[in-house]
Design a protein around this ligand. Sequence first.
Ligand SMILES: NC(=O)c1ccc[n+]([C@@H]2O[C@H](COP(=O)([O-])OP(=O)(O)OC[C@H]3O[C@@H](n4cnc5c(N)ncnc54)[C@H](O)[C@@H]3O)[C@@H](O)[C@H]2O)c1
Length: 256
Amino acid sequence: MGTLLKNQNVLIMGVRNKWSIAWGIAEAAYDEGANIILTCQGEREREGVEELASQIGSSAVFECDISRDEDIERLFAEVKGKYGVLHGVVHAIAHAKREDITNDFIYTSREGFAHALDISAYSLLAVSRAAKDLMTEGGSIVTLTYMGSEKVFPGYNVMGVAKAALEATVRYLANDLGRLGIRVNAISAGPIKTISSKAIKDFGNILGVFEQKAPLKRGVKQDDLGDSAVFLLSRLSRAITGEVIHVDCGYNIMGV
Ligand SMILES: NC(=O)c1ccc[n+]([C@@H]2O[C@H](COP(=O)([O-])OP(=O)(O)OC[C@H]3O[C@@H](n4cnc5c(N)ncnc54)[C@H](O)[C@@H]3O)[C@@H](O)[C@H]2O)c1
């Protein structure tokens, strides 16, 4: 056990199952001494997430559908009641309608576009606004993005647009919250197999090319992302805010 996050209350949003990036982060933060608070999207996911929580000594699982303001308000009221102070928040939530990541981008509907941006980008703003009132000792907010915001990955489509909005949101939030001692950063993760990524057309191909081209000649693992998130949550990164940090075995630096 390390002590980088000892006595830190860290809220982790986005655990769906043991393959979730958020779960890798929860394990890594727990290993560094954090008190982990988890959320799940709804009743359907609760049992599975509670089972995972029990593995890291946490009985705190709160339901929060991020598309509902009342859920966000209730979540932070409950967390405040039980913990008082929050030191870290991990936002690992994104969603697009299936047709919008299987058809060509040009056919994205108005509704599908709004949905992807609402769940995957606006939600960070809503969560940060609620979290700041509990981050009375300063804090760190970490979100997850993907290089599809910078370059075209066919099939990633509207999610690429949502991730570009998410990254801009990180910078504007960092500016607003810096004066409160709250930092906001994003990890741009290399591709990793999860329920969400498997829904993307051609994901298998993206993964294969990645492993060949990345300077480190391997794929990204859950614990790579977990450890980087711990760094961003901890005082080791105390002068870093508003950044998008690639944790992708170097893939993003390559031209061919
Ligand atoms: N897997 C990858 O290759 C990859 C790469 C880069 C970035 N990311 C990002 O990492 C984050 C986590 O994704 P993952 O790959 O671990 O997949 P995942 O499916 O395990 O996690 C996605 C989570 O989003 C939650 N979610 C979706 N809609 C929600 C809503 N309305 N309310 C509350 N929660 C909701 C799901 O319940 C799930 O827990 C996402 O932002 C994703 O875009 C993933």
